[in-house]
Design a protein around this ligand. Sequence first.
Ligand code: IDP
Ligand code: MG
Length: 149
Amino acid sequence: MEQTFVMVKPDGVQRGLTGKIISTLEEKGYKLRAIKMLRLSEKMAGKHYAEHVEKSFYSSLLQYITSGPVVAMVWEGKNAVKGARTIIGKTNPLEADPGSIRGKYAIDLGRNVIHGSDSPESAQREIAIYFNPEELVDYSMANDKWIYE
Ligand code: IDP
Ligand code: MG
């Protein structure tokens, strides 16, 4: 089973979309392994978005992501990284499928509501920024046999 890191960004929290986002991933069949609300420090935000440090939008991205609380989560399931990215939609909400989270709830690139890891390697790197290993709760889901063949 694969893990992915998903985060409701400050705009998603302020707009009351946290519950809908959790429901969407739950209803898909993914298992929630960890969740916490926090406000990112500049340092944590810099770690998360280290790959974008040279980009023109980096400072506005850091301002955005530290502007209010976020909800950080670890979701687990078969091909969860790609599956969650599909549910989340393309980075630019204008190009995101209308049924995706960004397609439904976002308009601007810099207010795109949600983050999702882009590869299993990124997922592990990002999970380690937000969670200690013991914060990932280990349990079995009663309905797994109705989700996986
Ligand atoms: P992703 O979130 O879909 O993985 P990335 O390219 O990793 O997209 O960019 C990280 C975040 O930076 C995006 O989700 C978006 O909020 C912001 N961002 C990306 N490109 C731009 C841009 O051109 N202008 C403003 N913000 C951007
Ligand atoms: Mg990314």
